[in-house]
Write a protein that binds this ligand. Structure first.
Ligand code: AHR
Length: 517
């Protein structure tokens, strides 16, 4: 009897300790093989581009406070926001929309501000737009940021002549009605804007068109958007919504490749039927968001397959000019202003998406996160004179070494993050090489299990490396105006090198970026 009791007790203790040990040391095994001497395409820095629309507090309040504001500014543009974005080497900025682009008439936004007419921003809350931020202000912003402008023209409610005049106003150096008007408005030299979107979401808010109809309009609008001097335009056709593959097929068939530098695609990580909150979410919602984020790979692959059929030489770029996570707005804010918090989960959405864009960089040559300030998956949030950087901001800053680097072929073996019978890869990774140094970015989405990673680097000796990590105790950890440094990157002194292999533990729910020399 006593023996029996002891046996049961021993069994009980053994199983409890097993559970304890497996939980305490729960980890995946993972392996990454990088061929450092087999560089593939160049990762265009434009994959790290941005999108800012006349929507909510993105332009007004986010960038533009006006010259008389008490908030430090240069010609009306916030200095803190410019400084923060410059630190990410922001490569381009897409403007003025979005849906707003197809109801925007650029001539209302030039000349003395007090004389500019107002309009109603019908898409975004029906607020009155006073046009105080127009072409000159936008291009001044781009010059302050040291970034390339991407201007989206109005196809939905504009005219061919209106777009043609805008290009002439912005780019022509000689004597002409539009160039003279620009000079009258205080700008002698043309800006030389290369990237022009020809409409936005013309299957929806940009005119509810069929792809056949839009293709013909594109050809017409694009014809009269002229090159002036050395400025050779790179025109971007308004592309498909997520999995509308027919849109891509028709445009690729109907628009000659030489008329179209890029074809756009919009892909939001969202469940439209149940968007969920930006913070305070359950693991169910977390898993759902991460698996939807992984879906971008499949959707993009299918669009690329279609593009490859019509353009095997990859002359036309795929431009993912709106992407990011979309949630319910913050309680108490205008539902049409799309203001949402941004947590560690969003850092993973950014990290996974950018890893994938890096990998597919032979076709994806531009992407623009939606949107830079105060809207959707923002890098920056502002409240009057206060400004914070979000976890998404930190990913863009940590990944900036990938800009214009050579993408390296990477083989990844990873365990899975399992949730209620479903699973996604625990790790996502990409690698690139620039000036002899290798950047490896790794995301571990598993909220509980760390990953014991072996990096097998071939074709280059590892002499040293440094790394930084972005992580937090909670998946919905985020920065606030009272606590702006809750989620910030930190030095990550971990791992060891042996036989040109790096062995390192990637903590649960983290993003780690290695610079290997
Ligand atoms: O980014 C917000 C909106 O989403 C854009 O205006 C539109 O293009 C898309 O539907």
């Amino acid at each position: 009897m006593k023996n029996n009791y002891l046996k049961k007790l021993t069994l009980f203790i053994a199983s409890v300790s097993f559970l304890f040990i497996t939980n305490a040391f729960a980890q995946h095994e993972a392996r990454i093989v990088i061929n450092a001497d087999l560089g593939e395409h160049q990762i265009s820095r434009h994959i790290y581009g941005h999108f800012s629309e006349h929507l909510g507090r993105c332009i007004y309040g986010g960038y533009w406070v006006g010259e008389d504001s008490g908030i430090p500014n240069t010609r009306g543009i916030r200095d803190d926001v410019v400084e923060a974005l410059k630190a990410t080497n922001i490569p381009n900025l897409r403007w003025p929309g979005g849906c707003f682009a197809d109801e925007y008439h650029w001539m209302d936004g030039i000349g003395p501000r007090e004389d500019r007419p107002t309009m109603i921003n019908t898409h975004w809350g029906g607020v009155t737009e006073d046009n105080s931020f127009g072409t000159h202000e936008f291009l001044d912003l781009c010059e302050q940021l040291g970034t390339e402008p991407v201007i989206v023209g109005n196809v939905g409610s504009g005219t061919v002549e209106e777009l043609s005049n805008w290009v002439e106003y912005v780019n022509f150096d000689g004597v002409s009605p539009m160039a003279d008007l620009r000079r009258e408005n205080g700008r002698e030299d043309p800006w030389g804007v290369v990237y022009w979107g020809i409409g936005n979401e013309n299957w929806g808010c940009g005119g509810y068109m069929t792809p056949e109809y839009y293709s013909m309009l594109y050809r017409n609008y694009a014809t009269y958007a002229r090159n002036y001097g050395d400025t050779h335009l790179r025109k971007i056709a308004g592309g498909a919504n997520a999995s509308d593959y027919n849109w891509t097929a028709v445009l690729m068939r109907e628009i000659p490749h030489w008329m179209m530098w890029g074809l756009s695609l919009h892909h939001y990580t969202v469940n439209w039927a149940d968007m969920g909150p930006a913070t305070g979410f359950s693991e169910y919602r977390y898993f759902d968001k991460i698996s939807r984020c992984y879906d971008i790979e499949d959707v993009i692959k299918r669009h690329i397959t279609i593009m490859d059929r019509y353009d095997p030489e990859k002359r036309v770029a795929l431009v993912v000019d709106e992407w990011g996570a979309w949630y319910r707005v913050e309680p108490g804010t205008n539902p049409r202003f799309l203001y949402q918090q941004n947590s560690l989960r969003d850092a993973f959405v950014a990290g996974i998406s950018l890893n994938y864009f890096n990998e597919m960089g032979d076709r994806i040559r531009m992407a623009n996160i939606a949107q830079t300030v105060n809207v959707l998956q923002a890098l920056i949030l502002t409240e009057d004179e206060k400004m914070i950087m979000t976890p998404t901001y930190h990913i863009f800053e940590m990944y900036k070494g990938h800009h214009d680097a050579t993408s390296l072929p990477l083989h990844l073996e990873t365990g899975n993050y399992e949730y209620e019978g479903n699973s996604v890869p625990a790790l996502s990774a990409s690698a690139s090489k620039k000036d002899g140094s290798i950047l490896l970015s790794v995301v571990n989405v598993d909220p509980r299990q760390e990953s014991e990673l072996l990096v097998d680097l071939r074709g280059q000796d590892i002499s040293n490396y440094s790394s930084r990590i972005l992580t937090a105790d909670e998946l919905d950890a985020h920065n606030t105006f009272d606590n702006p440094d809750e989620v910030v990157p930190r030095e990550f002194n971990s791992g060891r090198i042996r036989n040109n292999e790096l062995r390192v533990t990637i903590p649960a729910k983290s993003v780690v970026v290695f610079e290997i020399n």
